[in-house]
Design a protein around this ligand. Structure first.
Ligand code: CA
Length: 228
């Protein structure tokens, strides 16, 4: 999943990037309100972590403008206890949640997962797709009770396929959802990860869960009988 971190304090921003990367998130970091608004309007994010005091445009304005434009990406505001504004203002501006700086990283991660899960009506804690069970909070995957060990990126690709509920997902969508722009990803990366996923989730039990749609992308099929 891909998250946008909007924070002009570089130390805080880099700590968030490092920590979230380690949890398998793709992280884009921006420090300016106007740039953040543009980026959020042009890229699909699973969530946005939004500081309030920002150069250009403050966090409340960024949040309010996104909501006014019918953009419902979950937003968690990063508020400061001694700030001019408070948590109620954050929620009034259309944020889904807030954490107060200095925040507990564990709490922030939990809030982030919750915000992503709540985004739509059908965001269950566990994803069932293609005969697999995925737990995004624990980043675990299993088939018929057998745990399957996946890397962070393999899990990210599989989660995006699982969340699309049987729809075909383009390679570009997988790149956009699984990699941040610092990674300079290309389509080969997606192919490499899909190949390794197939070796792990399908080969051991003779199934073919991930169908290739030539020249376009991939689809997670329910019965694991995909034809190439
Ligand atoms: Ca700030």
């Amino acid at each position: 999943m891909r998250v946008l971190v909007v924070e002009d304090e570089q130390r805080v921003a880099e700590a968030l990037r490092t920590g979230l990367n380690a949890e398998g998130w793709a992280v884009d970091v921006l420090g300016d309100g106007h740039e953040a608004l543009w980026q959020a309007e042009h890229t699909e994010y699973a969530a946005i972590l939004l500081d309030i005091m920002l150069p250009g445009l403050n966090g409340y304005r960024v949040c309010a403008r996104l909501r006014a434009a019918q953009n419902w990406t979950p937003i968690i505001m990063l508020t400061a206890k001694d700030g001019e504004y408070d948590e109620a203002d954050a929620l009034d501006a259309g944020a889904d949640d807030y954490v107060t700086k200095p925040f507990s990283y564990v709490v922030l991660l939990a809030r982030l997962r919750t915000a992503v899960r709540r985004r739509a009506v059908a965001r269950p804690p566990l994803l069932h797709a293609g005969g697999l069970v995925l737990d995004p909070a624990q980043r675990t995957c299993s088939r018929a009770g057998q745990d399957i060990t996946l890397t962070g990126k393999e899990f990210a690709v599989l989660e995006l396929l699982a969340r699309s509920k049987g729809q075909v997902v383009s390679k570009q969508q997988l790149l956009d959802g699984g990699w941040d722009f610092a990674a300079e990803p290309d389509a080969n990366l997606v192919e490499v990860h899909v190949s390794s996923l197939r070796r792990k989730i399908d080969a051991p039990c003779g199934r073919r869960s991930i169908r290739t749609v030539r020249g376009y992308g991939y689809q997670l099929v329910p019965e694991g009988t995909a034809d190439e």
